[in-house]
Design a protein around this ligand. Structure first.
Ligand code: ADP
Ligand code: MG
Length: 341
């Protein structure tokens, strides 16, 4: 069994294989030192993943869990239109469990394999973290630091009346994968089936790092958010922060193929696509005049892209409505809320 210090030493060795221009000091001191640059702003985000709340070890696979821990935070920086650069990772490791006391080297070996593979794909350097133990389940606290040109960050609050509403990719794959896992399906990396790709979408989502950065740098997006709580909830966040309303076009919402695995009904499929969380696609609003430029940007990133609605003025009605043939009706589907009972 390894000590905490030997464990950190191993993480440090892995992290040190990558250098970054703005990094003066990485893992090893009491704090990391990052260089600042004129004309830039720093973006900071953190996500807490708790066993049995945000993931389950009985169907997680360690290298995908490592990937996901970083992916969720990269997605937040992408949603601000920034470039992620550095990360920190804090681990609370159970005292009593199959992976207690850092005993299972295989688990952590695989976990960091997944974490660092995604980090190197996007040029991220791990610059610090912390380790403690817990009497409960495993907890992973993932932090990412990025930057953008001063004033260029894309907020939730920038949507304007008349904007188109756009989304990358397709929705509902992650929720479908979760449904399959809860029904007893398990990861089989060797199998290339629709069910396995749905499960993969849930356990190993790909953050839209490049598209987010380009949407920010180009100044094309008025507002942006990543789809983590479900489209209905995330669009509501944009509407609330921007003091506007939105009408979604039922037929335009791109529904992932995987949704067919769990329902054949069009209304149920729509509900799963807009109510299910963790797709980690990007939802944005932009001037209709910039639509073609956004489609071009998405195709550069090899991402499907769709206009799914319009931003309207706020009136007394529910801020997010859906039009399906006739009149627009309030979208009552709610996304995930940790405080729901
Ligand atoms: P301190 O007592 O100051 O918290 P630690 O012994 O916990 O110092 O950490 C020593 C160094 O190792 C620090 O630079 C810290 O950022 C880094 N570190 C600790 N845990 C992790 C981790 N899980 N991932 C990455 N770096 C870590
Ligand atoms: Mg410490």
């Amino acid at each position: 069994m390894k000590s905490e210090f030997a464990f950190i030493e191993q993480i440090k060795k892995r992290a040190a294989t990558r250098r970054a221009a703005d990094l003066r000091l990485g893992i090893g001191d009491d704090a990391a030192i990052l260089r600042q640059r004129e004309g830039r702003e720093t973006l900071v985000t953190v996500d807490l993943l708790v066993e049995d709340v945000d993931f389950k070890l009985d169907y997680a696979i360690p290298h995908w869990l490592g990937h996901k821990a970083l992916a969720v935070s990269l997605s937040d920086i992408a949603a601000m239109g920034g470039s992620p650069k550095f990360s920190l990772l804090t681990l609370a490791i159970p005292k009593q469990s199959p992976i207690s006391n850092l005993q299972s080297e295989n688990f952590w070996e695989a976990f960091f394999e997944g974490y660092f593979a995604l980090a190197s794909e996007h040029g991220i350097v791990l610059v610090g973290g912390d380790i403690s133990s817990t009497l409960g389940g495993l907890a992973l606290d993932s932090m990412v630091i990025g930057h953008c040109a001063a004033g260029k960050a894309v907020r939730r609050s920038g949507a304007r009346v008349g904007d188109g509403v756009y989304v990358t990719g397709a929705l509902g794959a992650s929720a479908s994968g979760l449904r399959l896992l809860l029904d007893g399906a398990r990861v089989n990396e060797a199998e290339a089936s629709p069910a396995q790709s749905a499960i993969r979408a849930h356990l190993r989502s790909a953050p839209r790092v490049e598209f987010g950065r380009l949407a920010g740098e180009s100044g094309l997006a008025h507002s942006m958010i990543d789809v983590s709580d479900g489209l209905a909830q995330d669009l509501l966040h944009i509407c609330e922060e921007s003091q506007v309303a939105a009408i979604l076009d039922f037929d335009a919402v791109p529904i992932a193929e995987a949704v067919k695995l769990v329902t054949a009904d069009a209304d149920a499929a729509f509900s799963l696509a807009v109510g299910g969380g963790e797709d980690f696609e990007l939802l944005l609003t932009a001037d209709r005049g910039n639509e073609q430029a956004l489609f071009d940007l998405a195709s550069r990133c090899e991402l499907p892209f769709a206009r799914i609605g319009t931003i309207t003025a706020r009136d007394g009605a529910h801020p997010v409505r859906v039009s399906h043939g006739g009149d627009a009706k309030p979208l009552s589907i709610r996304g995930f809320d940790h405080f729901d009972v």
